[in-house]
Design a protein around this ligand. Sequence first.
Ligand code: BGC
Length: 263
Amino acid sequence: MATTHTIGLGIDIGGSGIKGALVDLVKGELIGERHKILTPQPSTPEAVVEVVGQIIEHFVEGLPADAPIGVTVPGVVQRGVVKFVGNLDESWVEYDADTGIEKAVGRAVHVLNDADAAGVAEARFGAAKGQDGLVLVTTLGTGIGVGMIFNGVLVPNVELGHLEIDGHNAESRAAASAKEREGLSYEEWATQRLQRYYSHVENLLWPDLFVVGGGVSRKSDKFLPLLELRTPIVPAALRNMAGIVGAAAVAAEHAAASAGSTD
Ligand code: BGC
């Protein structure tokens, strides 16, 4: 019989930091503090997986032996294999992350895209809870991630951060990193960059709701009210914890489904 897990571990691999926390899978909340280690440079799979191992080690005491562990990467993941990375060392491409991490840490893990994890967390526990139709959870950070949820079901690996808009890769102009790099004010960023990006996406996909996550969503009152869109747009309820919570939640579902399939 499939086990219902109540505690999991979520680990979010980013271009600058790798963060993990225990997750209450019933409430969709972190249990205790996050543990963060800077992303090694160069951010090769071997170097990053070693850090993932240290994070698991840090939490191992509070973690039941069979608890699900979810790990997110900022790139496309198909059946555990990384196919594309936005902001991580290129040697991740074609790396079998599920198997590689499992071998290195000695525990089963489930690897998925970071924005997909955030999307699932917001749909189950956050700003998109109860929303039917099409929800796009966008994460504004080093890149732009998009988690697409239709009637509560994730459509994985939607790489809409890389849409070409006005001859540019959209995330190079509209991600939070572009705001920092170019020293744009919130108003400039919202009116000159985010407006163009979100209008373009809503005209292509006609979503019912946009949710905006990433660290910068803490300051959402400085830029979301400036956007003129037909689609409602709200800040992520789980802010940049959504990736961690979603990673653990998806890993738990994956574990339950695999256990069920062998009954
Ligand atoms: C990657 C996506 C990722 C996003 C946010 C993009 O550059 O291509 O896969 O979700 O950054 O990290």
